[in-house]
Design a binder for this molecule. Structure first.
Ligand code: AR6
Length: 188
């Protein structure tokens, strides 16, 4: 049985879930993409496989219109074959030691993703741990940045539920520690 932790934040709910984000049925799931929206490994590869053959053309159309998506940006496509109705593609920063704007860019990846959800009148959104895989951002530094951005959106009110999918018990435990520190111990 995979772990979960639930927090009440503002008027909404924040859930940490140890599991696979591609099975989530929120209004939108967030993809940890690259600047070309070209698909790749990690959660990006899993989302592209699960969303099916229509997704690459939707991504190419966006890149044709806006050029490369910079770190900290976010765009939205349909969810195609996923249970989720939409995919919000964000690009996290590559970790270069922490003094190259990485925390600000990671915060922007979360706030821009949440802004795309609000603009599209979505009330539930699910995130992976952006930048903490191939891009090397330390999980214990990434978690509080992400959780604060999520808490601001939940407090503002139009987003009612934010879920974070963590891969593996170690990542889940680090995020739970960060969330307990920010939001207090909770009902599980
Ligand atoms: N569900 C939830 N989390 C997952 C899943 C899944 N199905 N699969 C992996 N993770 P990463 P990044 C976790 O590397 O660091 C891609 O090639 C994973 O364990 O997917 O932002 C893109 O195309 C890790 O904790 O994303 C980019 O080039 C977290 O998701 C680059 O990787 C994020 O790891 C982006 O790197």
């Amino acid at each position: 049985m995979s772990d979960q932790a639930r927090y009440t934040v503002g008027k909404g709910t924040l859930l940490l879930i140890e599991g696979d984000i591609t099975r989530d049925d929120a209004d939108a799931i967030v993809n940890a993409a690259n600047s070309a929206l070209a698909g790749g490994g990690g959660v990006d590869g899993a989302i592209h496989r699960a969303a099916g053959p229509m997704l690459p053309a939707a991504c190419r159309a966006i890149i044709a219109e806006i050029g490369r998506l910079p770190a900290g940006g976010a765009v939205i496509t349909p969810g195609f074959d996923l249970p989720a109705r939409h995919i919000i593609h964000t690009v996290g920063p590559i970790w270069h030691g922490g003094n190259s704007g990485e925390p600000e860019k990671l915060r922007s990846a979360y706030t821009q993703s949440l802004a795309r959800a609000v603009e599209n009148s979505l009330s539930s959104i699910s995130f992976p741990a952006v930048s903490t895989g191939v891009y090397g951002f330390p999980v214990e530094k990434a978690a509080p940045i992400a959780l604060k951005a999520m808490a601001e959106a939940l407090t503002a009110g139009s987003i009612r539920e934010v879920r974070v999918y963590l891969h593996g018990k170690h990542a889940f435990d680090l995020w739970r520690l960060a969330a307990d520190a920010l939001f207090g111990e909770i009902t599980r």
